[in-house]
Design a protein around this ligand. Structure first.
Ligand code: APR
Ligand code: PHB
Length: 407
């Protein structure tokens, strides 16, 4: 192990100095999961987060965990509530042309399932675990900036309550999401970005009502895509595809319920229970990958390196697989002095990222109505859906990707 000094910082010229092994930027699921695995392995780390803990917990995100992600929460020691309260799902429905067809995830994937458990809860559980195990998190850290990561002595600076801080470290993990500072700190010439922006958004609501079905329903309808999801058996999460320039204020609850009912098969619409929403927001859809994911001693993980559209719920799960590879590499480095794992991090992570990008892009294309789709595109989409539900090979491919490709 490399020597390190942690704890109380030293003061010099109005800057508080500290040292850690891994400085983690961002306290979303990627940063917190990495931090907890490192802490459990005895590798010192500090998490720096721009927002307050309450703000981080107020963000509503997707909630379908692959088995790999659920297993990592267990490994972090933060899986107890997920195992007690999460809902294991063995399948979901594809609805189109007035009917619905079940995709038997469990049967088609050789016995795998997904866990429906909100990302907000995942973040909450990881925060609690970090507190219990004495991990240092600095919330409301402003002007966070990684420095000198192309050399042997990187450090991160930030300000908090008007005081400047500097953390010297061995490595920096950029887990600060799509808009974070880590990726932006890398010179443009060292990074290649690949992007697709979709010409619509998702309007999502949360309501304290029982879900219309005990499994998720993904619907393709001439009026646009719709998704019936849930957070528990008393809390529903529903979405409809909407134009990008729609505003949340234009969508009363009544308008939302009318619209989603029209996009679902009649039997589903009839049994849908409605009620007041307590959260409503519109999110754009984007595919994005930055390559590579390592720049000297700076590693990008999660949304800092890649974004998927939410169709298929891969965002959180990709953050987890990045953390898997990065944690294994760092552990190997500190335990054996070998840099083989961290040297291979970007290649391994990107190989899995691109497969999930392909799947999310494909699912988005298959289930949404595109403004420029045309009659030919429409016919191809119908053929794709019919093929999916009539061919075991096609359904198996969908199930294999949905439950999560191996790490
Ligand atoms: N300094 C410090 N923290 C920052 C900065 C910054 N300059 N910029 C952003 N952050 C923080 C954000 O406030 C956020 O809490 O980094 C965190 C990034 O978390 P997420 O956006 O949740 O990204 P990630 O942890 O990679 O999770 C990936 O979870 O949030 C979803 O859509 C995301 O599903 C995807 C998955
Ligand atoms: C959600 O529950 O928010 C959710 C579920 C599945 C998706 C996307 C979002 O594909």
């Amino acid at each position: 192990m490399r020597p390190h000094v942690v704890g109380q910082g030293t003061h010099r010229e109005d800057t508080v100095f500290m040292r850690t092994q891994v400085a983690i930027i961002g306290a979303g699921p990627a940063g917190l999961l990495l931090g907890q695995l490192l802490t459990n392995a005895g590798i010192d780390n500090v998490v720096l987060e721009l927002r307050s803990a309450d703000y981080v917990l107020s963000r509503v995100r997707a909630g379908v965990l692959e088995e790999g992600m659920a297993g990592m929460l267990d490994e972090a020691g933060a899986g107890r509530r997920m195992r007690a309260e999460g809902l294991p799902h063995d399948g979901f429905d594809l609805a189109f042309d007035g009917g619905h067809h079940r995709i038997d995830l469990h049967g088609l994937s050789g016995g795998k399932r997904v866990m429906v458990y909100g990302q907000t809860e995942v973040t909450h559980d990881l925060m609690e675990k970090r507190r219990d195990t004495g991990g240092l998190s600095v919330y409301e850290a402003v002007n966070v900036q990684p420095h000198d990561f192309d050399g042997p002595n990187p450090y991160v600076t930030y300000d908090k309550h008007g005081t400047s801080h500097r953390i010297d470290c061995d490595f920096v993990a950029g887990c600060d999401g799509f808009h974070g500072v880590s990726r932006r700190s890398v010179p443009d010439s060292a990074i290649t970005a690949y992007e697709r922006v979709y010409p619509f958004g998702w309007l999502g609501i949360l309501a304290e009502i029982p879900p219309v079905s005990h499994e998720l329903i993904y619907a393709n309808h001439p009026r646009g895509f719709a998704l019936c999801s849930m957070r528990s058996m008393t809390r529903s999460r529903y979405y409809v595809q909407c134009p990008l320039d729609d505003r949340v204020e234009d969508w009363s609850d009544d308008r939302f319920w009318d619209e989603i009912r029209r996009r679902l098969p009649a039997d589903v619409a009839e049994r849908m229970v409605t009620g007041p929403s307590f959260e409503k927001s519109i999110a754009p859809l984007r595919s994005f990958v930055a390559e590579p994911m390592r720049f000297g001693r700076l590693f990008l993980a999660g949304d800092a390196a890649h974004i998927v559209p939410p169709t298929g719920a891969k965002g959180l799960n990709l953050a987890a697989s990045d953390v898997r590879y990065l944690f294994d590499g760092l552990r190997e480095y500190y335990a054996d002095g070998s840099s083989a794992g961290i040297d291979d991090y970007s290649r391994r992570a990107l190989a899995r990222v691109w497969k999930a990008e392909r799947f999310s892009w494909w699912m988005t294309n298959t289930l949404h109505r595109f403004p420029d789709q045309g009659a030919f595109g429409q016919k191809i989409q119908e053929a794709e859906l019919n093929y999916l539900v009539s061919s075991r090979a096609a359904s198996t491919s969908l199930a294999e990707n949905y439950v999560g490709l191996p790490y």
